[in-house]
Design a protein around this ligand. Sequence first.
Ligand code: 7TS
Length: 406
Amino acid sequence: MTWNVEKIRRDFPVLSREVNGKPLVYLDNAASSQVPQIVIDRGSKYLEEEHSNVHRGVHYLSQHATNAFEAAREKVKRFINAREAAECIFVRGCTEGVNLVAHSYSKVFVNEGDEILVSQMEHHSNIVPWQVAAAERGARVRVIPMNSSGELVIEEYEAMLNERTKMVAVSHVSNSLGTVNPVKEMIATAHKFGVPVCVDAAQSVPHFPVDVQDLDADFFVFSGHKMFAPTGSGVAYGKREWLDKMPPYQTGGGMIRTVSFDGTTYAPIPEKFEAGTPAIAAAIGLGAAIDYLNALDFEAAAAYEHELLEYATSRLADIEEVTIIGTAAEKASVLSFTIDGIHPHDIGTILDQQGIAIRAGHHCAQPVMNFFDVPATARASFAFYNTREEIDKLADAIQKVIEVFA
Ligand code: 7TS
């Protein structure tokens, strides 16, 4: 293993702090990942030396800010291998991105009696916008089922596609189960029916390299703050052939070509979908995070992280009282579990006393909790800066939780 995790950890200042008198063990990366020093420095530099509005001024700072903002878009384009930077819309995060796609797409392409497919393991962010958009258009949302391992039932998915289907919305990686869905194959099947696919990539882009052209994704949406960038950054990628036909999601300054009281014409993409002053510092920070990932061996990072997940899975599987929720053959980063007779919130609280940060709750995936008939799970989620020692601490702390409640 060539991955030098101790060296990598030094890039992330927060990882050396203590919490509750113990060294921080940060295992809540699916909620938000930590930020490396070079991303922090890039944000500070913008605020100290370059801050100005974009796309407006002729003055030096504004041009500089515009260049930095558009350079970040180019970095996003290369990172996901989009055909053109204009297909990469800056949004506040995955939630705003899905709302943009759901509402704007549905206004043109979804009509009475149509169907939108979402999977049973989606985050609420990839369910509710589709429910609302479908209701507005007289369409209905249908659910692609999963099995007891937390894998989508692909035969049933294929049987659900028909001439009424107008969209498939599916996560690349489930935030509550860790399942890696076969989105490339699912997209190919949807395309046989002429149906576009919106991939919720919030939990894939931080964990392995992605390629929207190889996947042939129609839309591909993610947040910056789960991929080592600041909050307020995110991307809604869409193929130009769709985005050109979709109406603006929000309107106002920055997205127009001409405005008069007789009517308004819109700017081309990406501006058409970027009304108002964008989160400039956050977008530049996302660009810096991409630089950081590009400078790593991201494939090696993914392999290391996968090994961590397997190690953690085996450590927890050895504890009799623990039940792992989500046992798909293909998984990334996420380990959800329950302990007989102990509420996940109590697990989370006791672990926090040991300096161990995990998430306890429904993870914005209540349909998943209902499916497994649990109110909530405890969830450890990993990044390439976590270590086997941290997983040992997690396993030991879980033993302690069981002893306390015995
Ligand atoms: N989609 C998935 C798969 C997610 O995991 C999340 C956030 C979102 C969408 C929404 O992203 P946001 O940045 O717009 O909030 N998931 C989590 C989580 O698992 N714990 O906290 C947030």
